[in-house]
Design a protein around this ligand. Structure first.
Ligand SMILES: Cc1cc2nc3c(=O)[nH]c(=O)nc-3n(C[C@H](O)[C@H](O)[C@H](O)COP(=O)(O)OP(=O)(O)OC[C@H]3O[C@@H](n4cnc5c(N)ncnc54)[C@H](O)[C@@H]3O)c2cc1C
Length: 414
């Protein structure tokens, strides 16, 4: 049996896990990072990186590599549906921080590999590849590490001052801690594909239809990442293979269908669902959750990676302080809880409200008609959804004045 005793053991090497590992290693902590899949690995994702990811990538020292690996610039988001179209562009609004506002888009198998490589380059992270976390080690009510199994069947017992679940929407760690709850009212499924040979410019697109949508982003290598998100019950009732269902639903998005002509150029449609769940706590004696493992709503706002990076940043500070103070109790991570409440919780509330609205096609239809007529409001909507504009800026009357001032007739479409 493999045994280790480290400061922090992290389950999952997605954006949350790898960047947390990097930050802790750079702070001089001994870190073990455990990942069950073989890297580089694909991940069902829209692959759009909101503008506010860029400063975080720069801080982590990976922005140049991301650009060098072909990340596409995304300058806005075009919304289509019910015969309306609205283009929201990233631009100077409120106290938005990006100097030259644009998002990026890159396949996750490329992005996540770069983030992992960067973490390992610190020299302070021991990586357990293709090793699945099975359960937690507990002593006197506190989590003291985890048990995992490698591809060769060998068991690892990785003991640590802190154990972190960064293991995504199906978090084993959250499950073991007994805090994971599905959101029954939002039972969605995503089908994801890369499409080639499609004319595309520098915006992402969302094509809405009743109770579903396609989200698309142009990624590296001339591909377009297309994700279909629908009610899981509707997918089950159709009883079709994933690629057949994907093709059939394309008919509901005529502006997308007209460019993605059949037969489709993609080899594989991968699925993920249910997507939505919440956790009742994110910190514990000797443990914490970060990224999607904390809970997930729906991908329509395209900010999951930002939330993972930002959450990891907050947790790294809290863990480092707790370790310096020689503490492993839950209260030692209160700074992380407060940071999440301040920075991340408002986004979760906004995402839930958006989902409630999307569940009513009449509401979505009217909202899209308003955005179509008022492009300034579309700019505002994408700036908020893309994390470019702090939600608190919506309280500033100047932001709304500028948004209402921009009319459709004066703005040429990109
Ligand atoms: C359809 C869809 C579209 C999306 N579109 C976007 C988008 O355009 N932009 C955006 O920013 N976000 C998007 N998201 C959300 C984004 O993908 C996630 O928020 C992001 O990946 C969270 O990162 P993470 O590190 O928390 O988890 P993940 O990226 O899921 O990483 C978790 C890692 O843990 C590993 N793991 C799981 N279980 C175990 C175990 N037992 N033992 C060891 N390892 C384990 C997994 O293999 C994985 O590598 C989308 C999500 C979906 C479903």
């Amino acid at each position: 049996m493999v045994e280790r005793d480290v400061d922090v053991v992290i389950a999952g090497a997605g954006p949350a896990g790898s960047t947390l590992a990097q930050r802790l290693a750079l702070a001089g902590r001994r870190v073990a990072l455990v990942e069950k899949r073989r890297f580089p690995r694909a991940k069902v994702c829209g692959e759009f990186l909101s503008p506010e990811c860029r400063p975080l990538f720069a801080e982590l020292g990976v922005l140049d590599a991301i650009v060098a690996h072909g990340a596409r610039r995304v300058r806005g988001l075009e919304l289509h549906g019910w015969e309306h179209s609205a283009l929201g562009r990233y631009g100077p609004l409120g106290r938005a921080t990006s100097e030259e506002p644009h998002g990026l888009a890159l396949r996750r198998e490329v992005l996540d590999e770069l983030l992992l490589e960067r973490a390992l380059s610190t020299g302070g992270v021991e990586f357990f590849a293709e090793t699945a976390v099975l359960g937690l080690i507990r002593e006197n009510g506190a989590v003291r590490g985890l048990v995992a199994r490698g591809r060769d069947g060998a068991t690892c017992e990785l003991r640590a001052r802190f154990t972190v679940g960064a293991d995504g929407v199906r978090s084993r760690v959250a499950e073991e801690l007994g805090v994971r709850e599905p959101l029954a009212w939002l039972d969605k499924l995503a089908l994801s594909a890369h499409v080639v040979d499609v004319a595309w410019n520098d915006v992402a697109e969302v094509h809405f239809f009743d109770r579903g949508y396609f989200a698309c982003a142009p990624v590296d290598g001339g591909r377009v990442c297309v994700n279909l998100v629908v009610d899981r019950a509707a997918y089950r009732a159709a009883a079709l293979a994933p690629h057949e269902y994907f093709e059939r639903l394309l008919e509901r998005a005529p502006k997308l269908r007209e460019r993605v002509r059949g037969p489709l150029g993609f080899a594989r449609v991968t699925g993920l669902g249910p997507l939505a769940f919440r956790t009742t706590a994110q910190t514990f004696d000797g443990a914490a959750l970060v990224g999607d493992a904390c809970g997930y709503i729906d991908p329509v706002t395209g900010d999951g990676v930002f939330l993972a990076l930002r959450g990891a940043r907050l947790l790294a500070v809290a863990l480092d302080e707790a370790l310096s103070a020689g503490r492993i109790d839950r209260a030692a991570l209160d700074g992380y809880v407060a940071g999440r409440k301040r920075e991340l919780a408002p986004r979760t509330v906004a995402a839930k409200l958006l989902q409630r609205a999307l569940a009513h096609p009449r509401v979505s239809r009217s909202a899209l008609a308003v955005l179509d007529a008022r492009p300034g409001l579309a700019d505002l909507a994408v700036a908020v959804a893309g994390d470019q504009l702090p939600l608190s800026d919506l309280l500033r009357p100047g932001v709304w004045r500028r948004a209402f001032a921009r009319r459709r007739s004066t703005e040429p479409r990109a």
